[in-house]
Design a protein around this ligand. Structure first.
Ligand code: AMP
Length: 249
């Protein structure tokens, strides 16, 4: 059983991005890029399913510029068997990525497709849901547990006020939440091994997909600066301020 995992190259979560002076976006020139953390969890889960004998092959897919190869090599070093780069220099928005992934799903016929619940750069939280709709597959988002047996996936997901367990017929789309697992560290020998694993490059045109952007960003702005806090001498002063300024009492 094949598992397909979507991995996005994003600005590393430790980097504090700056808005460009013309407000057209954030400046990502020469900042550290990494695999999207939720996608790292997705790869870890797929590799664990393979190690447990529930999956036979793990395929990592990334859509974007040639440098996404590095992200794919990380996925291969974590244990994916092969990788596919869908190379494009255009800005790829969630609908375009979902269409590209759907084209790969049609070619590869995986039984399970795992994505992150969201990419930490655009925070869209759309691609998995769009892919499930385009592919006509059941979906379970924000997974905190996945079990496979007899053509079904049992997925635990965290919902407001508790946990929900869903049963999905395979093939299905699942998106990962933080609590699903703790991804392994990539070791040097595995990084070396990953260099020899197959990595295929395709283009949107080869997959017959129009990946042109549909949304225009009008403006990106820094959040307003928070004003400095005030030290109060005692509880009475705090209560007086809560009454007079914050008006919460
Ligand atoms: P988003 O809908 O943009 O928040 O992304 C949700 C998930 O879709 C990510 O965690 C990835 O698994 C996948 N994804 C989004 N963009 C890409 C991309 N360019 N290449 C590969 N996977 C992607």
């Amino acid at each position: 059983m094949k598992v397909l995992v979507a991995v996005k190259r994003v600005v590393d979560y430790n980097v504090k991005v700056r808005v460009k002076s013309d407000g057209s976006g954030v400046d990502i020139a020469s900042v550290k890029m990494s695999i999207n953390p939720f996608d790292e969890i997705a790869i870890e889960e797929a590799v664990r399913l393979k190690e447990a004998g529930a999956a036979t092959e793990v395929i990592a897919v990334s859509c974007g510029i040639a440098a996404c190869n590095e992200t794919l090599r990380t996925a291969l070093a974590m244990g994916a068997d092969r990788a596919i780069l869908i190379e494009s220099n255009e800005e790829l928005q969630p609908l375009a990525v979902a269409k590209l992934l759907k084209a790969v799903v049609d070619k590869e016929a995986p039984q399970l497709i795992i994505l992150g619940k969201q990419a930490i750069d655009d925070d869209s939280n759309q691609t998995g849901q769009m892919l499930a709709a385009l592919a006509g597959m059941p979906q379970a988002t924000f997974a905190s547990g996945i079990e496979l047996s007899e053509g079904k996936a049992t997925v635990k997901r965290e919902v407001d006020g508790g946990a929900e367990t869903l049963s999905l017929d395979l093939p299905a789309v699942v998106t990962t939440d933080l609590r699903l697992n703790e991804p392994r560290y990539v070791t040097l020998p595995n990084i070396m091994k990953a260099k020899k694993k197959p990595l295929t490059t395709l283009t949107p045109a080869e997959l017959g997909v129009d990946a042109a952007p549909r949304l225009t960003t009008i403006k990106v702005a820094e959040p307003p600066k928070r004003s400095a806090g005030v030290m109060v001498p005692d509880v009475a002063a705090l209560v007086a301020k809560l009454k007079s300024e914050a008006k919460v009492l």
